[in-house]
Design a protein around this ligand. Structure first.
Ligand SMILES: *[C@@H]1O[C@H](CO)[C@@H](O)[C@H](O)[C@H]1NC(C)=O
Ligand SMILES: *[C@@H]1O[C@H](CO)[C@@H](O)[C@H](O)[C@H]1NC(C)=O
Ligand SMILES: *[C@@H]1O[C@H](CO)[C@@H](O)[C@H](O)[C@H]1NC(C)=O
Ligand SMILES: *[C@@H]1O[C@H](CO)[C@@H](O)[C@H](O)[C@H]1NC(C)=O
Ligand SMILES: *[C@@H]1O[C@H](CO)[C@@H](O)[C@H](O)[C@H]1NC(C)=O
Ligand SMILES: *[C@@H]1O[C@H](CO)[C@@H](O)[C@H](O)[C@H]1NC(C)=O
Ligand SMILES: CC(=O)N[C@H]1CO[C@H](CO)[C@@H](O)[C@@H]1O
Length: 491
């Protein structure tokens, strides 16, 4: 008879090990969740879920209603539909607070005459707070009308220009630059080609407009000159709290320019640099900016090329005075070195409460090093480590968690499907937890403890048996303080 180890049995073994470590963790979690530690496991079954968390929830004031009735009216041309929309706007209907002009499937050009009709209609409206132009071309002439629209006092607080080309963006920027007391607080410019003159207009707007609270500037094409104009604007800006620069292919040079501009500005609170293209130099620039900046509370660096050295630089910024509370580092490459550096930095820094580093090529060494620092971390409340299938890594983290008193949320991505048997790690933890529940601390107290307290402790130790019925906690307490028995008997 031949004994053959096939590929499938090997992978089955790996799978089982993975399942067991997940099961250990889960069982342990169920055991302790309501007891000594206050932490919560958020295990997601979908390891491909690598999305960046929303930076800040969009301000929602109650119900929304919008005009989006073009979709099914096959017969109606854009012209007719647009006319109808403008009539409704002119009618000042209080139920319409959002106007969305999304030309999904046709390449529509909004020319001067159309934009004029809309701008005139808006003169009579006081209820539309959000104006959205998507996927169309805004011509030069129309841009002038858009500028006019923005320069009149009105209720529009959110302006969105996605995929509209440069002219529209320039018009919006100039409009907001020339009318600094405009009602617009949130500006989204996404998926546009920002040439030098448009970037210059954006910079001018950032410089002179103090009402703008959020600038969403993602997925644009912008060159080095444009970055310089934007940076100059940011340098002089006052008031912007949220800046989203994700997906702009910003490299080390561009990131450094932007960070230099942000060093002294204390109003900015949220910065997103997700999905750009910077590495060590960019990370160092961010680190040096964070060290000196006093306002930024949340930074997103999802999906860049931050390696161990970059991770160390970022961790180093936490050792200094820094206002940062949240750092999202998912989908980079900080590795074991980076994880260790963050662990060490968080032993001294207490301001950072949320750290995410899933998908960063961190092995069990890195997680162990991080785990070793956990008992001394006094600030971190939420940790996202991502996938792991390595029992040694789990043990490292668990060991640290055993003496950490702060973490309330631990996020992992693991395929969870069954609960396996207990491991020795889990058995050991279970034992210490039952001992603690039985008042293990009195073992260290003076021998002159009141008899009623001992009686209570012994009773609890007897109740907190091993699940197999073995009174191991009671046994441990009696063995540690044999004189308790004598003392009780003598009385
Ligand atoms: C914009 O319109 C073009 C066609 O004009 C289309 O291919 C593209 O998918 C649209 N984009 C969005 C986001 O709807
Ligand atoms: C229009 O804006 C000016 C400042 O630009 C302001 O003084 C005035 O009160 C505003 N009027 C209305 C009706 O909002
Ligand atoms: C960085 O990006 C800018 C703007 O796209 C570009 O001009 C510059 O050549 C890039 N630098 C490097 C080193 O790739
Ligand atoms: C931003 O930086 C400029 C130049 O250093 C400075 O004058 C301005 O006061 C800063 N703004 C804020 C809000 O700190
Ligand atoms: C840290 O902040 C405090 C108070 O804001 C300040 O006095 C101190 O100089 C800062 N230290 C450093 C190294 O920046
Ligand atoms: C158990 O209690 C002791 C003190 O009695 C404490 O030092 C230890 O951290 C506790 N263990 C756990 C897992 O909470
Ligand atoms: C807020 C906070 O805890 N900041 C600390 C970060 O780390 C440095 C270096 O040890 C401390 O000096 C700060 O107090």
């Amino acid at each position: 008879m031949r004994l053959q180890l096939s590929r499938s049995s090997i992978s089955l073994f790996v799978w089982r090990t993975a399942m067991q470590c997940v099961a250990v963790f889960l069982t342990w979690f169920l055991l302790v969740r309501d007891q000594i530690f206050q932490w919560r496991l958020v295990a997601s079954g979908d390891p491909t879920d690598t999305s960046s968390p929303a930076m800040v929830p969009e301000a929602q004031d109650g119900e929304e209603s919008s005009i989006e009735e073009n979709e099914n009216d096959e017969d109606e041309s854009f012209e007719v539909w647009f006319q109808r929309i403008c009539e409704a706007v002119k009618g000042n209907d209080p139920d319409i607070d959002e106007l969305q002009l999304d030309c999904k499937d046709e390449s529509v050009t909004l020319d001067e005459s159309k934009m004029k009709v809309l701008a005139d209609a808006m003169e009579h409206n006081q209820y539309v707070t959000s104006l959205i132009f998507q996927n169309m071309t805004i011509e030069g002439g129309a841009a002038a009308q858009l500028k006019r629209l923005l320069q009149t006092n009105r209720s529009v607080t959110t302006l969105t220009l996605d995929e509209v080309g440069g002219e529209g963006c320039m018009a919006a920027s100039i409009g907001l630059a020339l009318h600094p007391s405009s009602s617009v607080r949130i500006l989204h410019l996404r998926d546009n080609v920002i040439d030098e003159s448009t970037a210059q207009a954006c910079g001018l707007m950032l410089k002179s407009n103090r009402q703008l609270v959020k600038l969403g500037f993602s997925h644009n094409t912008i060159d080095a000159e444009g970055i310089s104009h934007l940076s100059l604007g940011l340098l002089a800006n006052r008031g912007l709290k949220i800046l989203d620069l994700s997906g702009n292919r910003l490299n080390d040079t561009s990131i450094s320019k932007i960070c230099n501009a942000l060093v002294h500005n204390d109003s900015l609170e949220h910065l997103s640099l997700d999905f750009n293209n910077f590495g060590v130099v960019g990370s160092q620039a961010i680190s040096s900016m964070l060290r000196r900046n006093r306002g930024i509370r949340e930074i997103h660096l999802f999906g860049n090329s931050i390696n161990g050295e970059g991770g160390q630089a970022l961790a180093e910024s936490l050792r200094h005075n820094c206002s940062l509370k949240t750092m999202i580092l998912s989908l980079n490459n900080i590795g074991d070195e980076g994880a260790k550096a963050f662990g060490e930095a968080l032993k001294v820094n207490t301001t950072l409460t949320k750290l995410w580093f899933p998908s960063n090529v961190i092995g069990h060494q890195g997680l162990h090093a991080f785990g070793d620092c956990l008992p001394l971390m006094k600030g971190l409340e939420e940790l996202h480590v991502g996938d792991f299938f390595d029992l040694a890594a789990v043990e490292g983290l668990l060991k640290g968690l055993k003496r950490n008193t702060r973490i309330v949320t631990l996020r992992m991505q693991s395929p969870i499907s069954e609960i396996g048997g207990l491991s020795s790690v889990e058995e050991e933890m279970d034992f210490y937890l039952r001992l603690n529940k039985s008042g293990r601390s009195i073992l260290q107290s003076s021998p002159k403890m009141s008899l009623s307290l001992w009686a209570l402790a012994l009773e609890k130790a007897n109740q907190n048996k091993h699940h197999a019925g073995n009174p191991d906690a009671l046994y441990h307490i009696l063995r540690s303080k044999p004189d308790v028995m004598e003392f009780s008997i003598r009385r």
